[in-house]
Design a protein around this ligand. Structure first.
Ligand code: 1BN
Ligand code: ZN
Length: 348
């Protein structure tokens, strides 16, 4: 597959299309891009001190707006389409569990997966939370396989309920939009293993992540259901994507995850020319992959949490569309798409 060249200025192929779509400035014209999100993203960036912390090229303070490369440079993965999904989800507004906006998001995800040719399961359940019993729904798009194995891709699509005006462009629209385009890529194909794309509800804590299992309601439900049905034994690997759209994205290896799975994804990223994004440092992150790790299933979180915390945007109303780079979404989509291919070859 052709590599995507890392620089963006001078790469004007998609500039006009994406500019119309997202309102972003093509290149070098602005310190921070404008955006299609509601409100004034530039002023949001300014008021939150974006780029003013002395962090220089900090995660979410772009020096210029980036554009998605053409799909033929990212293995067919269409970053502009993925970014359109991100923008659409953000426009639904805050999407906490059981909210009207989350129901709109569910309808959208289901319709897009069906249009992509995925078989779609809707798993409704009730979660016992510090805020009482909450109705939730996992949505699982399925691409068929010729064999029994399953490659499981995860994203959460809910947003944090405890912060007002939190639209979660990076956390969780970036990975959700990316996974919708992934569905379009994968559900028209039949590989050796089925690929399941799970859109999880209730990842975020209602009150406190560190107390009383107040987190990952959807992934715990999915892992439990798959254990009961026997499907969990068929899972070869789980790849979770979360917070994958920042400018100056830096994704760290996960030391709690199997080395072979880290190696597979990082080797693929390096082959494609993204060593600067998939870096060699390690961390551990609590997230939706944990219930699968706890049940002995190889699982990996592809996430850039630290930079977003450092930039001051994580779990704040400043998590807006201007913080999401179409290019970053495209690159992570490309790397995951190619990693799925690698997993298909490994487990055929
Ligand atoms: C990731 C995005 N997470 C929540 N939103 C998981 C997490 C919660 C990671 C608390 C670290 C601390
Ligand atoms: Zn979050």
């Amino acid at each position: 597959m052709a590599n995507l060249v890392n620089g963006v200025c001078g790469k004007l192929w998609m500039a006009s299309a994406v500019a119309v779509l997202s309102g972003v400035v093509a290149c070098g014209a602005s310190n921070a891009p404008s955006s299609a999100s509601s409100g004034s993203p530039n002023s949001a960036a300014a008021s939150s001190g974006a780029g003013a912390s002395g962090a220089g090229q900090s995660a979410a303070a772009p020096k210029f707006a980036e554009v998605a490369p053409p799909a033929d440079q990212t293995g067919g993965f269409d970053g502009a389409k993925a970014y359109e999904h991100v923008a659409k989800l953000v426009r639904f507004g805050p999407r906490p569990p059981a909210s009207e906006a989350l129901h709109h998001s569910q309808d959208y995800i289901i319709a897009e997966l069906k249009a992509a040719g995925c078989e779609v399961d809707q798993d409704d359940f009730h979660a016992s939370t510090p805020k009482g019993n909450v109705a939730m729904k996992n949505i699982v798009g399925k691409a068929p396989g010729t064999g029994q194995g399953i490659i499981l891709l995860l994203t959460h699509y809910d947003t944090l309920s405890s912060v007002e005006n939190f639209v979660g462009a990076e956390d969780s629209a970036s990975s959700t939009g990316m996974m919708l385009e992934m569905g379009r890529q994968l559900c028209s194909k039949k590989g050796p293993n089925s690929v399941w794309l799970a859109f999880l509800d209730g990842e975020e804590a209602f009150v406190n992540w560190d107390q009383d299992d107040d987190h990952t309601y959807g992934s715990r439900e999915l892992a439990a259901r798959m254990a009961v049905s026997g499907d969990l034994k068929r899972v070869k690997a789980v790849l979770l994507a979360d917070m994958i759209g920042q400018y100056n994205l830096k994704i760290l290896r996960q030391s709690d995850s199997p080395k072979w799975l880290n190696d597979l994804v990082w080797k693929k990223a390096a082959q494609l020319g993204y060593k600067d994004i998939f870096v060699s440092e390690e961390t551990t992150t609590s997230d939706d992959h944990d219930p699968f790790l706890a049940r002995g299933v190889p699982a990996l979180d592809i996430i850039d949490l630290n930079d977003y915390i450092a930039a001051g945007y994580w779990h704040t109303p400043q998590d807006t569309l201007d913080k999401v780079s179409p290019r970053s979404v495209a690159i992570v989509g490309y790397v995951i798409l190619e990693s799925v291919d690698e997993l298909q070859n490994k487990f055929h």
